[in-house]
Every structure is written in structure tokens, then in C-alpha cells.
Design a protein around this ligand. Structure first.
Ligand SMILES: NC(=O)c1ccc[n+]([C@@H]2O[C@H](COP(=O)([O-])OP(=O)(O)OC[C@H]3O[C@@H](n4cnc5c(N)ncnc54)[C@H](OP(=O)(O)O)[C@@H]3O)[C@@H](O)[C@H]2O)c1
Ligand SMILES: *[C@@H]1O[C@H](CO)[C@@H](O)[C@H](O)[C@H]1NC(C)=O
Ligand SMILES: *[C@@H]1O[C@H](CO)[C@@H](O)[C@H](O)[C@H]1NC(C)=O
Length: 292
């Protein structure tokens, strides 16, 4: 009972206050007007749809993926749709030097950076795990390590703009599913790393928001090709999915949950994790890490 009074009730109160507050902030497309945004994995699928939404909202965009031909087409269409500016830089996120230099060049092209949307993944097919260590290393590098490199390179610019980092993840990055062990590991890693960095930003008063997007099945060509005949689930539309990701980033939400079932978001809330994180944080003495 003492525990209830000391921790549980204040914690629950805080959550209610938080939800009331965040539910009251409303998205307006003008929030992105003139903003400087990077989208990775923008040559097709959800990344391409995000580029088109951002273009309609009048943002500056720099896009990347490996395929020059596809990126060129996406950039032309972004300009038709009303982007303040649109450029692409092609390269592979297997190469960490490319990742780092890409951010610098993109910042130069736009004269700064407000939002970094990390969305690319390496090819993934559904299968039992069969000891392919080479593939585990590759998927961790492309889906996780390059995200760390890109966000670290972008952080100085994002700090100057009170900017945002948006991480595209998956249900497989929050719960266990068969046939996707390496992919799942790379997506769980994003949650561990970026949710920890979010706590650090809040302690160190770094005003760069981090939004983790947990997506269900989305009707991109890649996903439909991979799951057909194996997973029987309705797929949600990629256009709406892309918009929800941008909204969540602009509203500086901690997480975006997007799925064809409305129950998913509620079930993903995981109040146990939130309460434990809150309680643990109270036990930290952070003075020696903060120089001010
Ligand atoms: N679709 C779904 O059902 C679903 C569900 C949950 C989460 N998600 C997440 O949503 C995001 C987008 O998925 P999507 O379905 O839109 O995928 P997609 O259509 O296959 O797009 C993947 C993008 O990544 C790029 N890419 C692939 N390998 C790369 C590399 N080595 N270096 C740099 N870029 C590379 C691709 O372009 P190039 O081939 O030209 O490089 C493409 O632009 C991913 O993070 C995924 O995990 C998707
Ligand atoms: C960042 O946010 C702070 C507090 O709201 C504000 O004073 C400052 O002007 C902002 N900086 C930029 C570049 O928007
Ligand atoms: C952080 O930046 C956002 C966006 O510019 C701003 O609305 C907010 O007031 C800033 N918060 C703090 C604590 O500076």
C-alpha cells in the first residue's frame, strides 16, 4: 500500500497527464513547410511515399538509396508536387563512410537539417534461421549500425534546429515472430539504442526528439512479395502509413504505432515497461555526467 501511494499513483497520474497533453497537439501540414528533411530508403515503398508527402507540404528533401534511376524519378516527382527543393545522393548503407559523408553533403545541400528519417533496410526473406552469420552481420550493419552512424553525424545540425530523429521499425522490433530472427534482432536493437538515447537527451536537455515507428504489415511491393502465401494478415496502405510517420515526427511523439488493426496500438503501450523505466531513472545520480 505504501508502495502504491509513493510510486504507482503518481506514475499513473503522470501517464494520464502525458496522454492528455500529447493527444491535444494537432498536426498541421504547415509544420513541415520549409523544413529540411532527409529520408533514407526513399527510392520505393514507404520511403518514397514519405518523400511525396513532404514535397506536398513544401519541405526541402534529400533522398538516398542505392538505385540512382529510381531516386531520379522520385526527385522529379517531388519537385512537381511542390517541394521547396529536392535532391538525391545514391549509395549503399553497407558502407559507413558513405553514411557519414551523406549526412554532411545533405546538410550542405539544404543549409541545415530539421528531421532525419531513417527507413532503409537490406533485403529480407522469411525463413528459419540456418546459421548464416554473414547475413546476421550484414543485416545488423545496414538496419542498425548505419542508423547509429547517420544519427551521430546528424546530431550537431539537429541540435541547432531543435530537430527530430525518426526511426522506422516494425512489430518484429517489439515482439517475437518466427522466420525473421536477424531482422527482428536489428529492429529490437533500434529500440534499445534510440530509446536509451532519448532518455539521455531528456537528462542532458538536448532538444532533439526521437520517434520510434512500430509498423504492422504495409502493402509495399517488397513486403507483399515476402509474405504472400505465408502470413495471412490484411496489409495497411503505404501512403497513410507514410503520413502517420511524418505526423508523429512533427509532433515529437516518442512512438508511432501503425497497423491495420486498431487494437495493436493499445496492446503495444506496455505500461509495465514505462513504469519500470520511470522507477529506475529515479535511482540514478547523473550529476557527474552533466556539465553545467
Ligand atoms: N512493408 C512492411 O510491411 C513493413 C512492416 C514493418 C516495418 N517496415 C519497415 O518500413 C521500412 C520501409 O519498408 P518498405 O516495405 O517500404 O521497404 P522497400 O520498399 O523494400 O524499401 C526499402 C528501401 O531501402 C533501400 N535499400 C535497400 N538496401 C539498401 C542498402 N544496402 N543501402 C541503402 N538503401 C538500401 C531500397 O532502395 P535500393 O534498393 O535502391 O537501395 C528502398 O528504397 C523498413 O524500415 C521496414 O523495416 C515495413
Ligand atoms: C529551440 O527551442 C527553444 C525553446 O523553445 C527556443 O528558444 C529556440 O529559439 C529554438 N531554436 C530554434 C533554432 O528553433
Ligand atoms: C524543443 O523544440 C521544440 C521545437 O522547436 C519546441 O517547440 C520546444 O519548446 C523546445 N523545448 C525546449 C524544452 O526547449
Amino acid at each position: 500500500m505504501a508502495f502504491m501511494k509513493k510510486y504507482l499513483l503518481p506514475t499513473l497520474g503522470l501517464f494520464l497527464a502525458y496522454y492528455y497533453y500529447s493527444a491535444n497537439k494537432e498536426f498541421r501540414p504547415e509544420m513541415l513547410q520549409g523544413k529540411k528533411v532527409i529520408v533514407t530508403g526513399a527510392s520505393k515503398g514507404i520511403g518514397k511515399e514519405m518523400a511525396y508527402h513532404l514535397a506536398r507540404m513544401g519541405a526541402h528533401v534529400v533522398l538516398t538509396a542505392r538505385s540512382k534511376e529510381r531516386l531520379q524519378k522520385v526527385v522529379s516527382h517531388c519537385l512537381e508536387l511542390g517541394a521547396a527543393s529536392a535532391h538525391y545522393i545514391a549509395g549503399t548503407m553497407e558502407d559507413m563512410t558513405f553514411a557519414e559523408q551523406f549526412v554532411t553533403k545533405a546538410g550542405e545541400l539544404m543549409g541545415g537539417l530539421d528531421m532525419l528519417i531513417l527507413n532503409h533496410i537490406t533485403k529480407n526473406s522469411l525463413n528459419f534461421f540456418q546459421n548464416d552469420i554473414h547475413y546476421v552481420r550484414k543485416i545488423m550493419e545496414v538496419n542498425f549500425l548505419s542508423y547509429v552512424v547517420l544519427s551521430a553525424a546528424a546530431l550537431p545540425m539537429l541540435k541547432q534546429h531543435n530537430g527530430s530523429i525518426v526511426i522506422v521499425s516494425s512489430m518484429a522490433g517489439k515482439l517475437a515472430q518466427p522466420l525473421v530472427a536477424p531482422y527482428s534482432a536489428s529492429k529490437f536493437a533500434l529500440d534499445g539504442f534510440f530509446s536509451s538515447i532519448r532518455k539521455e537527451h531528456s537528462i542532458a536537455k538536448v532538444n532533439v526528439s526521437i520517434t520510434l515507428c512500430v509498423l504492422g504489415l504495409i502493402n509495399t511491393d517488397t513486403a507483399m512479395g515476402a509474405v504472400t502465401g505465408i502470413i495471412n494478415l490484411p496489409a495497411a496502405p503505404k501512403e497513410e502509413c507514410a503520413l502517420e510517420i511524418i505526423k508523429g515526427g512533427a509532433l515529437r511523439q516518442e512512438e508511432v504505432h501503425y497497423d491495420s488493426s486498431p487494437w495493436t496500438s493499445l496492446l503495444l503501450e506496455n505500461p509495465g515497461r514505462r513504469i519500470l523505466e520511470f522507477l529506475y531513472l529515479r535511482k540514478y545520480d547523473m550529476d557527474k555526467f552533466i556539465n553545467n
